[in-house]
Design a protein around this ligand. Structure first.
Ligand SMILES: [Zn+2]
Length: 255
C-alpha cells in the first residue's frame, strides 16, 4: 500500500499537508498554519493525526500545534531551537535523522537561510519532499535569519534530490514567482511552459503544487544561479553562484 498525500489551503496563501500510511493508519501533518482546515481534512478522509512534522518556527507554520496536540495527543517533531523556540515539541531532529510516520520514513535535511533552524522532510520511497519556505515553485523563501550563501547551499542540497521528487512547498506563490523569474530569463522555454501551466491551474482553482523537482531545475531561476546565462542576465558573468544568487534574491525582494 502506498502513502496518500493531501494538500489543502490554509490562511491566506499557506498550504496544509497530510501524509497517511494506509498500512498502520498513521497520519502526519507537515506544518500546521491553523488547526481547523487540518481537522477538516482529517475528517474528510477518516484519518487520525498521529504526528506533526514542523519545518520552522514561523507562526504561519506552527499556530495549529497546541490545539491539534490537545485534540489528538499526537507527537510533535521539530528542529532544534535557534533564534525562536518552537513550543510543544516532543522530538527534536537534525540533519541525517529519520522520522517514522507509521511505516513511512522521512529523512531530515537541514535547509537554513529563511530561518536558521529550517528543516525539510524527504520521504525517499514516496519521492515526496516537504520543503516549506526554503524552495517554492519557481521561487525560494526570503532570507530572513540566515545569509544568502547559506540559502544557496540549502537549495543546492535540495536540487541534488532525484528529478522525479514531488516538491510540496509552504505557500501558493507560483504566479508571482513566475512573473519575477521572466524578468531574468524571458527566453527560458521551461519557464514559459510553466507560466502557461500554472496560469491554467489557477484559473481552474487548482493549486500549482506539488511540482516536479526535475522541472524546477530547468525553470526555477533560484536553482540556476550557477548557470552562466543567469549570471550574465544579472550582470555578474564569471562571478560565483552565491554572488549571483544573492543578486537574484535582492531583485526579487525589490520586485
Ligand atoms: Zn516562514
Amino acid at each position: 500500500m502506498t502513502a496518500e498525500i493531501r494538500l489543502f489551503p490554509c490562511l491566506a496563501d499557506n498550504f496544509g499537508a497530510l501524509i497517511h500510511d494506509p498500512a498502520t493508519k498513521a497520519t502526519a501533518a507537515i506544518d500546521v498554519p491553523e488547526a481547523a482546515p487540518v481537522i477538516a481534512a482529517l475528517e474528510r478522509e477518516g484519518w487520525t493525526l498521529s504526528d506533526i512534522l514542523v519545518t520552522h518556527h514561523h507562526a504561519d507554520h506552527t499556530q495549529g500545534i497546541a490545539e491539534l496536540k490537545a485534540k489528538y495527543g499526537c507527537r510533535v517533531t521539530a528542529p532544534h531551537d535557534k533564534l525562536t523556540p518552537i513550543a510543544d515539541a516532543d522530538v527534536r531532529v537534525r540533519e541525517g535523522d529519520t522520522v517514522k510516520v507509521g511505516n513511512l520514513v522521512a529523512r531530515v535535511l537541514e535547509t537554513p537561510g529563511h530561518t536558521l533552524e529550517h528543516i525539510s522532510y524527504m520521504f525517499d520511497k514516496e519521492h515526496a519532499l516537504f520543503c516549506a519556505d526554503t524552495l517554492f515553485s519557481i521561487g525560494c523563501g526570503r532570507v530572513i535569519e540566515g545569509t544568502p550563501s547559506q540559502m544557496w547551499a540549502s537549495l543546492v542540497k535540495l536540487r541534488a534530490l532525484p528529478d522525479d521528487t514531488r516538491v510540496y512547498c509552504g505557500h501558493e506563490y507560483t504566479l508571482a514567482n513566475i512573473k519575477f523569474a521572466l524578468t531574468i530569463e524571458p527566453d527560458n522555454a521551461a519557464l514559459k511552459a510553466r507560466a502557461v501551466e500554472a496560469a491554467r491551474q489557477r484559473a481552474e482553482g487548482k493549486p500549482t503544487v506539488p511540482t516536479l523537482l526535475g522541472e524546477e531545475k530547468k525553470a526555477n531561476v533560484f536553482l540556476r544561479a550557477d548557470v552562466p546565462e543567469v549570471a550574465a542576465a544579472v550582470g555578474l558573468a564569471g562571478k560565483s553562484a552565491a554572488e549571483v544568487f544573492t543578486e537574484v534574491r535582492e531583485r526579487k525582494n525589490k520586485f
